[in-house]
Design a protein around this ligand. Structure first.
Ligand SMILES: Nc1ncnc2c1ncn2[C@@H]1O[C@H](COP(=O)(O)OP(=O)(O)OP(=O)(O)O)[C@@H](O)[C@H]1O
Ligand SMILES: Nc1ccn([C@@H]2O[C@H](COP(=O)(O)O)[C@@H](O)[C@H]2O)c(=O)n1
Length: 260
């Protein structure tokens, strides 16, 4: 039986990496709520004005053909992933409660059929409070900074090989500084949401765990949930029948188990 899984966590804690692997393993569909904020920032934040009517029209269109639009949103997001202006506008848009409600409602309607992994800083509290599995991926800030810096340096090394470096030869120290200030800012913005999430979700501290270990831990949660859910009914029925048989024919029944 398919369920929904919601994953929160502070910046750079591994939500995207783990979410992707988990959804592939379970053959679930992945929805990252961040891509909605960035898509809206690109499409509906023009001349410093949020085009709220356009957003409502988009919502209706999206709900008519959700999987087509999810692909489109992801495509636009891949193109503008590194665009700082879009990221800043996404953060501004994210402060508007009306827009948060629209995005949450779209995701709630799409995920009614189950079989989704949903990511985002309010995934376990506001988007899918009824998800059967709710997780917070956490890690110390030093770990998160190191992971993000390593990721940037890996991309940079690859880009240098292809002679299309983006960071204009920033020193490693400058990159660390930029990443640290970005993560601190995002931690500050999401502080309340993550605190709320930690009250309702299972917290997994990934600081000393590899990607594979985190994935294995989450899969254990999912398999255990499915096992207990699928088999609980069988166990209860078996116990009721056993109890009735014992009460009605105790001698015969115990005779069945008599060791010769
Ligand atoms: N358990 C882990 N061990 C080592 N590296 C990890 C682990 N989890 C994630 N990473 C690495 O950390 C980096 C950040 O991960 P990811 O982008 O998935 O985080 P995120 O929570 O989605 O970030 P954001 O909040 O910015 O969207 C990536 O380079 C990823 O490969
Ligand atoms: N559930 C969410 C998801 C995202 N945001 C905002 O979107 C911006 C982009 O997301 P990233 O995870 O890629 O940083 C981000 O700055 C958030 O402001 C959100 O508020 N709620």
């Amino acid at each position: 039986m398919k369920i929904n899984i919601a994953i929160n966590g502070p910046a750079s804690s591994g939500k995207t990496t783990i979410g992707k692997k988990l959804s592939e393993k379970l053959e679930y569909q992945l929805i990252d709520s961040s891509v909605f904020y960035r898509y809206f920032a690109k499409k509906f934040y023009l001349n410093n004005i949020i085009q709220i009517n356009e957003i409502y029209l988009f919502k209706d269109e999206m709900l008519n053909n959700p999987f087509y639009h999810l692909k489109e949103i992801e495509h636009v997001n891949t193109q503008f992933y590194q665009d700082l202006t879009i990221s800043q506008r996404a953060s501004e848009i994210a402060k508007v409660q009306e827009i948060r409600s629209i995005i949450n409602e779209i995701i709630q309607i799409i995920t009614k059929k189950k079989g989704f992994v949903v990511l985002g800083r309010d995934a376990t509290t506001k988007i899918l409070p009824d998800a059967k599995i709710k997780l917070v991926l956490d890690a110390e800030i030093e770990t998160r900074v190191c992971r993000r810096v390593k990721q940037i340096l890996d991309v940079e090394r690859e880009a240098k090989i292809q002679q299309s470096s983006q960071l204009n030869n920033l020193t490693e120290l400058e990159i660390i500084g930029k990443v640290l200030s970005d993560i601190l800012k995002r931690d500050f913005d999401a502080y309340e949401l993550i605190l709320e999430a930690k009250k309702v979700a299972t917290i997994i501290n990934t600081s000393n765990l590899s990607i594979e270990q985190v994935l294995a831990k989450i899969l254990r949660h999912v398999y255990w949930y499915n096992f207990s859910n699928d088999n609980l009914l069988h166990v209860i029925i078996f116990m009721i029948i056993f109890f009735i048989l014992i009460r009605s024919q105790p001698i015969k029944l115990f005779g069945l188990f008599k060791i010769e």
